[in-house]
Design a protein around this ligand. Structure first.
Ligand SMILES: *Cc1c(COP(=O)(O)O)cnc(C)c1O
Length: 460
């Protein structure tokens, strides 16, 4: 690495001395990597709107909303003010035996806008923890009803639900899961409804219907051993922004009901307007038994997650203490007032501003600006669901032949974009845009321009 004496370099040296970064081979940032392969480590000083500013004062467009958390833009004034107000009232209190306005008001607000039938809110502090809660709750629900045979879960091929052991077990991405496989629960895997995998000439809806048949087969064989099916509605995000038709969810709901299986909709990434509706499962006209929220829940400001569930599930736990039916799960920061106050302001923002309508205009602009990229000889598909747009790069676009994974083509795109002041962080060879909702037309033009260059850089 060139030893330039910039603030970035000085912070990076201190960083590498003490930090171990998430989802990172630290060697990629280390001294031993040839300069043309090293991945720059970016120390960020501040953020505003769609932009991050590094320690050298260079600005970077946050086209991935800081891992899909940032909704309205960084340091959104309404959210900052809500956090400041709450800081003067109550920092934290345990939620066992105690309550507080932010937790109560947020739960009320969530249930007002959630799909019908969801009646109770259980808090946790990150997405994976919400997945753990949902898995335990689903299993325990059946057990409390005297059905101890239901010990299995169904997950989808290509799905992602987090990194803790239970959540990772439900994840079907070998890169993250394979090493830990000996430690993990083994879900039954049902086929992915990903429309990209559909046969030639098949519409996304036909693909969804055919794939639902695969789910039916799993349920017909194992239905009475299964607690729950867990899905990412409409977009399997970490698996490569793989998109499916809402019909799949409608069918999955029917099949779960027919087999007494609970449906867990993991809306951790797709909730809060990402797919064009406040929640993705609205587009299928279904209500899950358990709905998981995190990431955008606080607009990207603080860690918080929520598991929304039905009165029926709640009631199965409600009994005399001696019946041993209680859900004795907790995290120290369950329902943290600061995080809840910010999340409550997120919901107030949705209620008082036409966010979803404005996003419709923004996503149409995204579609228009991305359309020319589809013509690139190394772009196999450009796909979009609301505010998520993905560009599938391939060695051969026509035959959809991927590049060998070890070539890390996506990384070349990342490096190029970063040099141009745009934070694009491809998933493998899938380049995607998932910008904060405040992104404007000029910023989207920059994003499209740099994406075109990044695809050239990746495929050179
Ligand atoms: C990010 C994500 C999770 C895990 O959330 P963390 O807060 O990172 O633990 C779970 N499910 C989905 C769909 C996600 O995108």
């Amino acid at each position: 690495m060139p030893m330039t004496h910039t603030d970035n370099a000085a912070w990076n040296a201190r960083d590498l001395a003490v930090l171990w970064h998430p989802c990172t081979q630290m060697h990629d940032h280390g001294d031993g990597v040839a300069a043309n392969h090293a991945i720059p480590l970016l120390p960020i000083r501040s953020a505003q709107g769609a932009w991050l500013t590094d320690m050298d004062g260079k600005r970077h467009l946050d086209a991935v909303s800081s891992w899909w958390t940032c909704l309205f833009g960084h340091r959104d004034p309404r959210l900052v003010a809500a956090l400041e107000r709450q800081l003067h009232e109550l920092d934290h209190v345990l939620l066992a035996g105690f309550g507080h306005a932010p937790a109560i008001e947020l739960a009320e607000a969530l249930l007002r806008v959630a799909p019908p039938g969801l009646a109770k809110v259980f808090y946790a502090d990150n997405g994976s923890a919400a997945v753990e809660v949902a898995l335990k709750m689903a299993f325990h629900f059946h057990r409390n009803q005297g059905d101890g045979r239901r010990t299995k879960f169904i997950a989808l091929h290509g799905g992602y639900h987090g990194e803790t052991l239970g959540a990772l077990a439900m994840t079907d991405i070998p890169l993250y899961r394979k090493t830990y496989a000996p430690l993990l629960l083994e879900p039954l895997l049902a086929p992915s409804p990903d429309a990209y995998l559909g046969e030639a000439g098949q519409s996304p809806q036909d693909c969804a219907r055919r794939v639902a048949e695969g789910l039916r087969e799993v349920l017909e064989r194992h239905g009475d051993e299964v607690c729950a099916l867990i899905v990412e509605p409409l977009v399997q995000c970490a698996g490569g922004m793989r998109m499916h038709h809402p019909t799949y969810l409608t069918e999955a709901r029917k099949l779960c009901d027919a087999h007494g299986v609970l449906l867990i909709c993991d809306e951790i990434a797709v909730g809060f307007g990402r797919t064009g509706t406040l929640f993705a499962c609205e587009q299928a006209g279904i209500s899950p038994d358990l709905m998981l929220l995190s990431k955008g829940l606080t607009g990207g400001m603080l860690p918080l997650s929520a598991v929304l569930t039905t009165q029926r599930i709640y009631d199965a736990f409600y009994a005399d203490y001696a019946a041993s039916k209680a859900f004795l799960h907790s995290h120290s920061y369950t329902g943290n007032p600061l995080a809840c106050a910010v999340a409550r302001e997120v919901l107030r923002t949705f209620a008082s501003e036409p966010i979803i309508e404005r996003n419709r205009v923004t996503s149409a602009t995204m579609a228009r600006l991305a359309a020319p990229l589809a013509e690139h000889p190394h772009v196999a598909q450009v796909r979009q669901t609301g505010m998520i747009l993905a560009i599938e790069m391939a060695a051969d676009a026509r035959t959809r032949t991927p590049w060998p994974a070890q070539e890390r083509r996506g990384l070349r795109a990342y490096r190029h974009a970063l040099a141009r002041g745009v934070l694009l962080r491809p998933l493998g060879d899938v380049l995607y845009w998932m910008p904060p909702y405040c992104v404007d037309e000029d910023e989207l033009h920059l994003l499209a321009q740099v994406s075109a260059e990044a695809i050239d850089a990746a495929s050179a």
